[in-house]
Design a protein around this ligand. Structure first.
Ligand SMILES: [Zn+2]
Length: 105
């Protein structure tokens, strides 16, 4: 049961810990897809014969996906991290007014 917002008394608050985890997952996923996609579809390398295609290209796609995932996860983490209010306790974000606060468990 989330606590009501300290500023506007709204019950529409989300747990920032959960948001951070979701942000990391979403960021990693987006980063991976973007990395894999852009390396597979990068222009100027489509002339290579199909015999040469699979391994070099696939491994660069995998590497791009991995690095993109790491960068995406870091971006997702930072995005949520800067919302965290200082102090101890569970961090909450009010969706009504954008206020962040912590509640001691
Ligand atoms: Zn509020």
């Amino acid at each position: 049961m989330p606590p009501p917002c300290m500023r506007c008394d709204s019950q529409r608050v989300i747990n920032l810990e959960t948001a951070r985890k979701l942000g990391i997952a979403a960021g990693a996923l987006t980063g991976s897809l973007k990395g894999a996609y852009s390396s597979l579809h990068s222009p100027g390398r489509l002339q290579t014969s199909s015999a040469q295609f699979p391994l070099g290209r696939l491994s660069s796609a995998v590497i791009a996906a991995a690095t993109g995932g790491i960068a995406g996860a870091a971006a997702g983490q930072q995005m949520v991290q800067h919302l965290f209010p200082p102090g101890e306790g569970t961090p909450w974000l009010c969706l009504g007014c954008g206020h962040t606060f912590r509640m001691q468990d």
